[in-house]
Unconditional design. Structure first.
Length: 261
């Protein structure tokens, strides 16, 4: 990505959220989002010429819809697409962005130069079980097998440990957001809002229906739900629980670094 992303009229993002999938990162993004002036983009894949469909859904939800012609235009590079499609809509706004692939974190930090970085984590056993359950609820096992979950957890856990180590050695302000703490009480949420200088308190079910995650909105409602899914609540069999236990062992460094062992 040799081209620069940000034109002069757009401020760099207040933060970048490097997340482990199923760690509550979409909930955190939605809780922080307060349109029209404080916006968090969830997995838009700004680093690619072809953005995810999630970006278009979010732009419409934020009151900045994109026409079919705008969306289909060929820009030639990720930076050119961002400057044409997204940057004009961000002028005068505070914003953040999150991704759930460790292959993206370094590129985002280098290109967008965020003021702060957040790392969203959750006990890796619950991450795995939540993935197993989500893929079944969505009928997506043909795309995301149980082995996909194993490979993802191993790769992303190692990536987040490496990113945490890198941030700890540098000057960029950063913080770890643990799912269990975020949903457990108001104090960690207010601490996060204060760290970012944002209001917080946004509707946590924003876009979930459009993201094909309506079952989560039904389960948790429009605000932070303090009740986590217990293993016995999940419609899974012994094989998935055994795989989650193996993932726990394989990701022991992640568990240790982020306080789960």
């Amino acid at each position: 990505m040799p081209d620069s992303f940000l034109p002069p009229e757009v401020d760099r993002p207040d933060f970048y959220l490097a997340a482990m999938g199923r760690s509550g990162s979409t909930m955190i993004c939605n809780w922080l989002t307060s349109p029209p002036d404080q916006l968090v983009f969830s997995e838009p894949l700004f680093t690619e010429v072809a953005n995810t469909r999630l970006l278009r859904i979010q732009l419409a939800n934020f009151g900045m819809p994109v026409t079919e012609e705008e969306w289909a235009a060929d820009d030639g590079s990720a930076g050119a697409r961002f400057r044409r499609l997204v940057a004009p809509r961000l002028a005068g706004k505070r914003w953040g962005v999150k991704e759930v692939l460790c292959s993206e974190h370094g590129r985002y930090i280098e290109q967008l130069v965020p003021r702060r970085v957040l790392i969203s984590v959750r006990n890796i056993v619950d991450v795995a079980l939540s993935f197993f359950e989500k893929h079944r609820a969505q009928g997506n096992l043909h795309r995301f097998s149980d082995q996909w979950v194993v490979d993802y957890c191993r790769r992303e856990a190692a990536g987040l440990v490496g990113l945490h180590r890198l941030l700890a050695a540098g000057p960029l302000p950063h913080a770890v957001v643990r799912y269990e703490s975020f949903v457990g009480s108001d104090a960690p949420r207010r601490e996060l809002a204060g760290f970012l200088g944002w209001r917080g308190g946004g509707a946590t079910d924003r876009n979930l229906e459009e993201f094909d995650r309506g079952f989560e909105a039904t389960r948790h409602g429009q605000s932070v739900c303090p009740k986590s899914r217990m293993p016995g609540d999940r419609d899974l069999d012994a094989r998935q629980f055994a795989m989650a236990a193996l993932i726990d062992k394989d990701c022991s460094e992640y568990q240790r670094v982020f306080g789960y062992s």
